[in-house]
Design a protein around this ligand. Sequence first.
Ligand SMILES: Nc1ncnc2c1ncn2[C@@H]1O[C@H](COP(=O)(O)OP(=O)(O)O)[C@@H](O)[C@H]1O
Ligand SMILES: [Mg+2]
Length: 265
Amino acid sequence: MTELQTHGSADLVLDGVGHTYQSVSAPPVEALAPVNLTIAAGQFVVIVGHSGCGKSTLLEIIAGLRPPSRGRVLLGGAEVVGPGRRRGMVFQQSTSLLPWRTVAGNVALGLELQHLPRAERAARIERELTRVGLTEFAQSKVYELSGGMQQRTQIARALAAEPDLLLLDEPFSALDTFTRELMQEELRTIWKSEAKTVIFVTHSVEEATLLGTRVILLSPRPGRVIYDHEIDFSRRDLPLSELRADPDVVAFVAELRNRIGGEKL
Ligand SMILES: Nc1ncnc2c1ncn2[C@@H]1O[C@H](COP(=O)(O)OP(=O)(O)O)[C@@H](O)[C@H]1O
Ligand SMILES: [Mg+2]
C-alpha cells in the first residue's frame, strides 16, 4: 500500500533512523545515532534536547526532505521516501517562504498541488490567516514582515494543507510571549479537535510539558533517545494559563529541567 492509498491518521515508526552529514571539505558529522520510536496516531510528541543534537535533522527525515543515512521511516506501514501532503512541516527558520510572494500567496503554496476548487482554496487561506492573526497582512510581501509574522505565515501554510502529521520545529521561538501563548492554545485546540499527530520540537521545557502527551529527550550529538515519557495530568483540559500554575505541571517542569541537567538548551 502506498502512502496515498491510506486514509486518516496512521502510526509512525522510526526503525533505526540515523544520520551522518558528509562533506568533501570537512570530516563527517554524526548528527543522529540510530533512533527507534513508534508514535501512535493522535499523539502530541514533544522532542527536547540541546542545540545541535539532531532535532531538526530528525524532523526533516520524518518529513521526507532528507533521506536518512541509516534506517527507515514508516507511516501507516509505507516507507517515507519523499515529502507527502499528509505531512506538514513548519521549519525552524522562515527561509522556506518565498519572499517575493504575498502572505496569502505563500499559504496558497501548500494547496497548489492539491488541485482544490478555487473557492475551497480561498476559504482555507482565509481560515488559516484568521487563525494566526494575519488577515490584515494577506497582501503584504513576506520580506516586509517581522520574524514572528513570517513564522505565523509558515504555520498557516502547513495547516491549510490539512496534514494528518504536523511537524513543527521550534515554531514559536520567534514570537513574543503573548502571541506565543495564543498560538500554543490554538495548536492544542487544533490537535484536540482534528485528531492529528503532532511532533513538536522546542527549547522550552515548560512548553513541552504544557503541550505534549509524550516527551522525548535526545542526548547531545549524536542524538539518541535518553528519556521517553508519557505525560498525563488530570487537569490537562484547563486553559493553558491555568495549567501553567498547576502543581503537577510545575513539578514535572522541574523534573524535566533536572533531567536535562539544568543547562540552557
Ligand atoms: N548540512 C549540514 N552539514 C553538516 N553538518 C550539519 C548540517 N546540518 C546540521 N549539521 C550538524 O548536525 C548536528 C545536528 O544539527 P541539527 O539537526 O540542526 O540539530 P538541532 O536541531 O538539535 O539543533 C549539528 O552538530 C549540526 O552542526
Ligand atoms: Mg534545530
